[in-house]
Design a protein around this ligand. Structure first.
Ligand code: ADP
Ligand code: MG
Length: 322
């Protein structure tokens, strides 16, 4: 069989007519025009084999996750994702692998009406990099700064499931089959909270997506806003899988996953103490849990189930401090 050339590969797997771009894949650059009175939100995220995913990960799940982590950044800004560019290094041009990757990528792109408008393709150790562009009404983006003392802190969904799946795959714990399925779904196919981000415009005072763990990511909000916070472990939203690990004696690991597990891709945000977010949670069919309060004093205090402050907080994930 003749090997796929670079351009055959792009044409066959990645070239599709754009819906919202003036010019998509196939020229030296794409052309886009944001709507009037909107700003462009732009972010890039890279996924490296052995670091962000296992080499033998299902390509369809990888296609999903490659785009999902970028959509999550748009959600955290309250932006509507519109256009993506995909730069990839591939060890080989394997049509079956590429077809599955593209299926996962475009299923999510279609669900959010995002156009793939360009990219770059080269041979090399598997590495995927997506640049995402979104639109947000001028002046309404959700920033990390903006949290004020007295405000409530919320998170969406459940925390720690992806980290639990990783702990299982690394042999640290053994999850039951149904718990593993739930946690694997969180690890392999995170659902970016785009609709939540859009709805929080004008409601949330600050927001971030939880990619490196709650404690570290909340700390970014605190730093940017020049405030502190208190959160309650008892309030942190968790799955039955995580409850099982807590009850099964692996308390330290369960707490680590809840407080500092990476790859959740939920939103953490702040809002006035008297805001009622229940209608929004109902509308989106998504848990929105109040986990604590913004404080005037600096630093993050985490209360255990007895209201005692933890002496040591688990460290946030950092690629360069392991
Ligand atoms: P250039 O030589 O200008 O860098 P390329 O030959 O790399 O252009 O790419 C040709 C076209 O294909 C460009 O429009 C580019 O954006 C697009 N492209 C390349 N790789 C990908 C990819 N993986 N996904 C989507 N579009 C791609
Ligand atoms: Mg190129």
């Amino acid at each position: 069989m003749k090997a796929l050339s670079e351009f055959e590969l792009i044409d066959r797997f990645f070239r599709r007519p754009p819906r919202r771009a003036l010019l998509g894949v196939g020229d030296d650059a794409a052309l886009i025009a944001p709507r009037r009175r909107h700003e462009l939100a732009v972010a890039v995220d890279m996924l490296v084999v052995g670091r962000h995913f296992f080499a033998d990960v299902e390509p369809e799940a990888l296609g999903h996750k490659t785009l999902a982590v970028n959509l999550s950044d748009m959600a955290a800004m309250g932006a509507t994702p519109r256009w993506a560019l995909l730069a990839g290094a591939l060890p080989e041009a394997d049509p079956a692998w590429l077809a599955a990757f593209a299926r996962g990528f475009f299923a999510l792109a279609d669900a959010f009406e995002v156009d793939l408008i360009g990219g770059d393709t080269t041979r090399g150790p598997l590495n995927l990099c997506v640049t995402i562009l979104g639109e947000v009404p001028a002046g309404q983006a959700l920033l990390r700064k903006g949290a004020r003392p007295g405000e409530a802190i919320y998170v969406s969904g459940e925390l720690g499931n992806a980290a639990l799946a990783l702990a299982h795959h690394r042999g640290r714990i053994a999850l039951a089959a149904d718990d593993l399925a739930r946690c694997d779904a969180a690890l392999l196919r995170p659902m970016p909270r785009v609709a939540l981000g859009e709805q929080l415009r004008g409601q949330a005072s600050a927001a971030i997506d939880i990619s490196d763990g709650l404690v570290g990511d909340l700390d970014h909000i605190l730093e940017a806003s020049g405030v502190g916070a208190t959160i309650e472990i008892a309030r942190l939203p968790r799955s039955s899988a995580l409850e099982h690990v807590l009850a099964g004696g692996e308390r330290a690991l369960a707490l680590d996953c809840l407080l500092a597990g990476g790859d959740d891709y939920e939103l953490c945000f702040t809002a006035p103490a008297d805001a009622d977010l229940e209608p929004l949670a109902q509308q989106l069919d998504l848990r929105l849990t109040r986990i604590g309060t913004i404080e005037r004093r600096a630093g993050l205090v985490v209360h255990d189930e007895h209201g005692r402050a933890l002496e040591k907080l688990p460290a946030a994930f950092d690629h360069f401090s392991e």
